[in-house]
Design a protein around this ligand. Structure first.
Ligand SMILES: [Fe+2]
Ligand SMILES: [Fe+2]
Length: 303
């Protein structure tokens, strides 16, 4: 569908396909409300989760991974919240919910497991950078990192062969996925992901991150000015760091260096990048058991 079709027609085609994808479980929206309102109670999350046993099971599986090491384990969502706090359990809800939207088998050269490892890595790296620079909205920045490349998996689900062509072309020509999409004249994953998270009704901060994670517009003079430039810059850096630390992969191996200007704007000075890279590497190493628990069989969740 890429060749000989106008850009406007392509976008029309993709918006129609995106609207066929399933909506996010309601508990994600409930959780976002709870995270954004310090006066609300975890009971809202627990009640909504109880209506969705498969998601509850997935959340408890994550809570019981050795990553969190809850003494005696967590048999209920309430117990997990008491032990780990609302923000952490919210992140598990996001991870379990987003991950379960796309139940796909890998197909050469696109490795779905490695894609999710990259996505989880960028979520954790974004949270790490956010805490280094005092960006307070950690649950939202985690979710933004988690879904930054959601357009890729959506593309794979909707038009598998075309997405595999993007990956092949990137591999053969040492390009990033974005460069490959542009060279082939195919809709880019930042655009596609933006349409999906808009359809999912995720907050503006998430929409802006997904749309601009390769081009933090406000810094580069692009026409789209973001309301949350710091969040966009954090995920931009987290993505490049996660690639350079080779934590997972998202359809390509070629990595570009971050813009010096953005490093300075987000971290204060260029030298800080080394420090942030070190903390990110440590955080990613710690994340491996969490990632592995995402792929456990459901029967292992009841511990
Ligand atoms: Fe991307
Ligand atoms: Fe990425």
């Amino acid at each position: 569908m890429a060749h000989g079709i106008s850009h406007a027609r392509q976008i029309e085609f993709w918006i129609a396909r995106i609207s066929d994808l399933p909506a996010l479980p309601d508990v994600v929206h409930q959780t976002i409300k709870v995270v954004n309102n310090p006066n609300s109670s975890i009971r809202q999350i627990s009640e909504t989760l109880s209506q969705d046993p498969s998601l509850s099971t997935r959340v408890l599986r994550l809570a019981n991974s050795s990553y969190y090491a809850i003494p005696g384990g967590a048999a209920s969502i309430e117990r997990a919240v008491t032990a780990l706090g609302i923000d952490t359990v919210s992140q598990m809800v996001f991870t379990a919910a987003v991950f379960s939207q796309f139940d796909l088998q890998s197909k050469e050269p696109f490795d779905v497991r490695s894609f999710w490892k990259h996505s989880l890595g960028v979520a954790v790296a974004s949270e790490t950078i956010a805490s280094e620079i005092g960006f307070r909205d950690t649950a939202m920045i985690y979710l933004a990192g988690l879904v930054h490349d959601i357009g890729k998996i959506a593309h794979f689900q909707i038009a598998k062969d075309e997405w595999l062509t993007v990956c092949e072309h990137a591999k053969r020509n040492n390009l990033t996925a974005l460069e490959s999409e542009k060279e082939l004249g195919i809709v880019t994953h930042d655009h596609l992901g933006y349409e999906l998270v808009r359809q999912w009704n995720l907050p503006l901060l998430i929409q802006e991150v997904v749309r601009s994670h390769h081009d933090p517009g406000i810094f580069s003079g692009a026409t789209q000015i973001n309301v949350n430039p710091q969040a966009v810059g954090i995920v931009y850096l987290a993505n490049l760091l996660t690639h350079s630390l080779k934590f997972g992969s998202s359809g390509h191996v070629t990595v570009r260096n971050p813009s010096k200007e953005i490093v300075k704007r987000i971290l204060g000075n260029e030298a800080a990048l080394l420090h942030v890279a070190r903390s990110t590497r440590t955080a990613l190493q710690r994340t491996i058991p969490l990632f592995e628990s995402m792929f456990d069989s459901p029967s292992s969740a009841s511990a």
